[in-house]
Design a protein around this ligand. Structure first.
Ligand code: NDP
Ligand code: KPL
Length: 325
């Protein structure tokens, strides 16, 4: 089985390294300093005290890597259009595209019976280029419940966790999801196959759609955000609104926000990925995490004044720093 990872950063690098270590034939689409480093030093995987070099074929030209059985898309959501532009040479009609990013992806409403037919959101694939180049029928979605970082290009450090949930957008688990699960298990990931991956994505989003922008705006770690009563209550109000939005498209959340806060608070003094992006001067994944929820609330006529306030503040904060268009 030929597997290509598109975007060899923290998550892509971890998938690539662990699959290659498990004997899978892996290549990577990388660019710039990452590509140079992969060619010179191989992909470096740091797990605990262990540091290991793993050689994979890498190119910034997907045509040089050829047709694949599975393509793992692991860029930041802000770069997804560049993947749409480049991915064609990797695909046949049977290639599985494993979408491994946070937030609401372009294929999210496919197979979601309770979503209004033909629903389109302004910030989600407005031109249809993502759907044309990466059709939902070929996608397996995922929720990546682990952490990784890339301390320097071509090096990936595995943080905590090994859990990955995957599932086809439409219908019950099918053969493709099971095949991808088996593949990922060769990389020693703990894989679950979901019969409704959108529900799992929405549940993760329910937490990070507030924590990420709140950390970006304030510069605070998760513990400080949740220990501030007013900010915690604001996050709770946003989550209640998001829960109402989700319920309208069949993605009901039964948990109470407080229960979720307790889980997040236990993570301690974590700098969220969005705060790290702000610190590094990188674009922020605001559209996939927050804009989409605000637009969905609007489309479904669910009042969401707190989510809109969060979006407005986070967007302005990012725009002032040239981190959002
Ligand atoms: N890191 C984590 O612990 C977790 C991350 N996630 C999610 O996973 C996704 C990926 O995050 P993460 O791995 O941290 O991000 P990174 O920024 O570490 O990695 C993304 C990689 O994609 C590369 N890339 C982007 N566009 C292209 C392109 N057109 N061609 C080739 N390479 C490209 C980037 O290269 P360059 O540097 O040149 O831009 C970078 O190496 C995000 O949606 C994130 O929210 C989810 C769970 C945990
Ligand atoms: C740390 C966490 C869980 C905070 O919501 C996260 O999802 C992120 O940093 O992107």
């Amino acid at each position: 089985m030929k597997v290509c990872v598109y975007g060899v950063g923290a998550i892509g690098g971890l998938f690539a390294a662990r699959l290659a270590r498990g004997g899978v034939s892996v290549s990577g689409v990388a660019r710039g300093a990452t590509l140079a480093s992969l060619r010179e030093r191989g992909l470096v995987l740091i797990e605990g005290e262990a540091r290991r070099r793993i050689d994979i074929a890498a190119s910034d030209d997907p045509a040089a890597l050829g047709r694949q059985d599975v393509v793992i898309v692991a860029v930041k959501t802000t770069a997804i259009e560049s993947v749409a532009e480049g991915i064609a040479p990797l695909l046949t009609g049977d290639t599985v595209i494993l979408s491994a990013m946070n937030g609401v992806p372009w294929w999210f409403f496919n197979g979601l019976a309770d979503a209004p037919p033909g629903l389109r959101l302004p910030s989600l694939d407005p031109t249809g280029v993502l759907d044309r180049s990466m059709p939902a029928s070929q996608v397996i979605g995922s929720v990546v419940h682990l952490s990784a970082s890339s301390p320097e290009p071509g090096t990936v450090r595995h943080g905590a966790g090994r859990r990955v949930i995957i599932g086809a957008p439409a219908g019950p688990p099918d053969g493709r999801a099971e095949q991808v699960a088996e593949l990922l298990r060769r990389g020693s990931f703990d894989v679950e196959v979901s019969d409704r991956i959108q529900r799992d994505i929405w549940y993760k989003l329910w937490g990070n759609m507030t924590m990420n922008p709140l950390s970006a705006i304030t510069g605070a770690t998760l513990d400080r955000i949740l220990d501030d009563t007013l900010v915690r209550q604001f996050a709770t109000r946003c989550m209640r609104e998001a829960a109402q939005v989700g319920a309208r498209i069949g993605l009901t959340i039964t948990d109470d926000p407080e229960k979720r806060h307790e889980v997040t608070r236990a993570l301690g003094a974590v700098r969220t990925s969005m705060l790290q992006d702000v610190d590094a001067g990188r674009g922020v994944e605001l559209d996939a995490l927050v804009t989409v929820v605000s637009e969905l609330a609007d489309a479904l006529a669910v009042p969401a004044p707190n989510i809109d306030a969060l979006l407005g503040l986070a967007r302005l904060h990012a725009r002032v720093r040239h981190l959002y268009p």
